[in-house]
Design a protein. Structure first.
Length: 436
């Protein structure tokens, strides 16, 4: 085994968690990106865990050392008591014990917790560790410095340790970053509560806030993948709630984690969901959310509602100013036209309600071809960042596009003949007109 492979192996923990990181935390990117990522992590699944039978000593069977964490890790002000723990509730009693231990290791600042009676050669034991660690990472999105969980053995005791991001060069200044994160969350939550009167409005406001104030940072991803030894440590945060809320730079995982953090604080049940952003390919890893309103579940994908981007004069990506709602409160059937949910480890309920779907709730859905209705909605959406409607028959969206471009746009009193684009989704019937 070469030196690079050995070095990485010494640092890597749970196989299932890292396999998910490979396919999920990377966001919605192109095929070249995934080829680069696979080259960077060119290991068999067994290489992550090492050979079964690790004995005494901190590390795996190759003898790699593991230093027990020291010092205190800052705990987010709103951590634990307010988090919606969907995945915890799906665990067995044994798995919950492991999860609870991870929570304690963060709360008390020790950084690790030990358990007796676990055998690394036992598949059931290691499956329990994997499920508990994954549930912990998915439920605790406010822990923006934690991106994995280590396991190691010592004298017959299994230790679990939440793993901080490797490139945190400012670990000694974590209090400062935690303070910035807590203050940002407090400010956004206060803004939402001031402007919204019910849970639907709060969930929508949080969605729109993230679309307006964060953007999908392709440039940071490129730097992370192509210059892994020299990129800015801040770029590790594109996978975290901190990246989305404080830096305004993230990938799909950052959007989804930030959304969960905000809705947790607002008391709205929110779940971090993983899977793929392509129903055919299984290498296009993706993350989004599921929320609960009035007892019914809906899927929300902020990344795909923030897909309109421009490049500035320096060639770097920047926010376009357009907020879409095509993936705000959709059903399972609607989601699965373009997404595939990863349910190998944890299942998700079948979402069938559409009462709080953005287009249904606001009267922006058009049943049957009616361009006059389109114009009426456009007049009402004058203050929005774009015209956004949904046709119940997707083919009607194509007809509306043709009529709009053929001069129908002039029927909208406030829309001038400027640069605009009319686009629609042939599967969902969602259409939008973005303009300058």
């Amino acid at each position: 085994m070469n030196k690079r492979k050995n070095t990485v192996k010494k640092l890597i923990a749970l196989a299932a968690v890292l396999a998910l990181l490979l396919s999920v935390l990377t966001g919605c990117l192109d095929e070249d990106f995934y080829d680069q990522l696979n080259d960077l992590l060119e290991y068999e699944l067994s290489d992550y865990l090492g050979d079964p039978g690790a004995t005494d000593g901190y590390g795996d069977t190759d003898g790699g050392s593991f230093v027990k964490p020291s010092g205190k890790t800052p705990v987010p002000a709103a951590v634990f008591e307010e988090s919606y723990t969907y995945y915890y509730d799906l665990l067995t009693a044994k798995e919950k014990e492991l999860y609870d231990g991870l929570v304690r290791s963060v709360k008390d600042g020790s950084g690790y917790v030990g358990f007796s009676g676990y055998n690394t050669q036992n598949a059931a034991d290691m499956n329990a560790v994997s499920r508990a660690a994954t549930a912990f990472l998915y439920d605790r999105c406010e822990l923006f410095t934690v991106d994995d969980v280590y396991y190691y053995t010592d004298g017959g005791t299994l230790y679990l340790s939440p793993k901080n991001q490797e490139y945190w060069e400012y670990m000694s200044s974590l209090d400062k970053y935690q303070k910035a994160f807590d203050e940002k969350v407090d400010k956004v939550v206060a803004e939402i509560e001031k402007n919204c009167s019910n849970d639907y409005e709060k969930a929508l406001y949080a969605h729109d806030y993230l679309v307006k104030n964060a953007f999908y940072d392709h440039d940071a991803v490129d730097e992370v993948m192509n210059y892994p030894t020299s990129y800015s440590p801040v770029h590790d945060l594109i996978f975290s709630a901190y990246g989305a809320l404080v830096n305004g730079q993230c990938v799909c995982a950052g959007y989804a984690k930030a959304y969960k953090v905000l809705l947790d604080r607002l008391g709205i049940p929110c779940v971090y969901v993983v899977g793929w952003g392509d129903v055919v390919r299984s290498d296009v890893g993706h993350a989004w959310n599921r929320i609960v309103l009035d007892g019914e579940s809906y899927y929300v994908d902020i990344t795909w509602d923030d897909c309109l981007e421009n490049k500035g004069s320096d060639g770097r990506f920047q926010y376009s100013g357009t907020v879409l709602h095509n993936y705000f409160n959709v059903t399972t059937d609607e989601l699965e036209q373009t997404h595939k949910i990863d349910e190998d480890m944890f299942s998700q309920p079948d979402c069938r309600a559409d009462d709080y779907n953005y287009f249904v709730y606001n009267g922006y859905q058009i049943d049957g071809y009616n361009f006059g209705k389109f114009v009426e909605i456009a007049e009402y959406q004058k203050s929005e960042t774009c015209i956004n409607v949904r046709f119940s028959n997707p083919s009607d969206a194509a007809r509306a596009q043709n009529e709009f471009k053929s001069g129908g746009w002039s029927r909208i009193s406030w829309l001038k003949k400027v640069d605009f684009v009319f686009s629609f989704d042939g599967d969902s019937g969602c259409a939008f007109v973005a303009y300058q």
